[in-house]
Design a protein around this ligand. Structure first.
Ligand code: NAX
Length: 329
């Protein structure tokens, strides 16, 4: 008997990332080749015509797994009975705009969408926030969770993990698939900490394979932290396809057991692990069990430099939380 379709809601579906994201979701890249999906696409009223065009292209691709495509400007409709919500749409930072203004403007969007998710989605819905500032947007949406599970509101640092793996592989002359245990800690911002000290390349410590420790401790970290800006400088537009693919990676890996010995980096609700204040949406190295529940990897020994970097990113997230505290009630 064929499976019941799962409902995947995607906001900002006519934007850059949205356009790169809807097609692999339709093709089965998250739930596999035998799981039908219903796509529920949300856009602003002003972008409805563009969204209609995306819907037409999805129809023309004739994906066998797609049972229906709903294109709407209503959050209640988009999140109706959703099993998975990918929150991509957000307000970009305009010229001269302060970070605090960006946080507050986006906060309003994520209060409304958080409420609509909690009112309409499946109780066990899983939520991934991609739209920046994604950690704090996720915190704001999660603050609306009464019926749905707060721990199921996450934010994306998978692009940072993928970027870090690619940098290590290139430096070591290895394949990306050889790099494991690439933990990203903290905020999806330039304070994030890509922890090379526990990464493995071909099963060996990255610090043994790459003997240029000054590179690891300096240019490697900086390159990962600043990669988004480097893409904008090169392309004239921010990362889109790689970000969409990271969202697929995050969502897929949240629905299947993590291969033995591997870690997945996800920004999740902190419960105080590794001294991070409770309640922040903080990226940790995680594993996912057979029931699709994530767990922070325990027992990681952190040297003084790692601890300081993790604290700096946590401090930044506390500041962000303070800036939006009136939105968390
Ligand atoms: P675009 O501006 O191309 O697309 C955003 C789309 O969202 C637009 O079509 C807009 O109409 C829509 N939108 C805005 N507000 C909405 C709302 N309230 N409800 C529904 N739709 C809404 O941006 P794009 O390049 O796709 O980037 C989207 C977001 O991803 C940005 O916030 C960006 O900063 C963030 N990113 C996050 C990354 C991460 O690793 N977490 C990396 C890539 C990217 O920078």
């Amino acid at each position: 008997m064929s499976k019941q379709p799962l409902r995947v809601a995607i906001t900002g579906a006519a934007g850059q990332i949205g356009y790169s994201l809807v097609f692999p979701v339709a093709a089965g890249q998250i739930f596999g080749p035998d799981q039908p999906v219903i796509l529920q696409l949300l856009e602003l009223p002003v972008a409805q015509q563009a969204l209609e065009g995306v819907k037409m292209e999805l129809q023309d691709a004739a994906y066998p797994l797609v049972h229906d495509i709903i294109a709407t400007d209503s959050a209640d409709t988009a999140f109706g009975d959703a099993d998975l919500v990918l929150l991509v749409g957000s307000k970009p930072r305009g010229p001269g705009m302060e970070r605090a203004d960006l946080l507050r403007d986006n906060g309003k969007i994520f209060i409304g969408q958080g409420r609509a998710i909690d009112a309409n989605a499946k109780v066990g819905v899983k939520v991934l926030v991609v739209g920046n500032p994604c950690n704090t947007n996720s915190l704001i949406a999660r603050a609306q969770a009464r019926r749905t599970h707060p721990a199921n509101y996450t934010a994306m640092t998978r692009l940072d993990q993928n970027r870090a793996k690619a940098q290590l592989a290139a430096k070591a002359g290895a394949r990306v698939a050889d790099v494991t245990r690439m933990g990203i800690w903290g905020n999806h911002s330039p304070t994030m900490y890509p922890d090379f000290t526990h990464a493995l390349i071909g099963g060996r410590n990255a610090t043994d394979v790459i003997t240029d420790h000054a590179w690891l401790d300096g240019p490697f970290i900086k390159t990962v932290q600043q990669r988004g800006k480097a893409i904008i400088d090169a392309r004239g537009k921010s990362s889109a396809a790689s970000a969409a693919w990271a969202a697929i990676d995050h969502a897929r890996d949240w629905h299947r057991p993590t291969p033995a010995g591997e870690w997945v980096s996800m920004a999740i609700q902190s419960t105080g692990d590794y001294g991070v204040p409770e309640g922040l949406t903080f990226s940790y190295p995680c594993t996912v069990d057979a029931d699709g529940q994530y767990h922070v990897v325990q027992g990681i020994e952190l040297d003084a430099a790692s601890q300081a970097r993790i604290k700096a990113s946590a401090d930044e997230l506390v500041e962000e939380r303070d800036l939006v505290k009136e939105m968390l009630g």
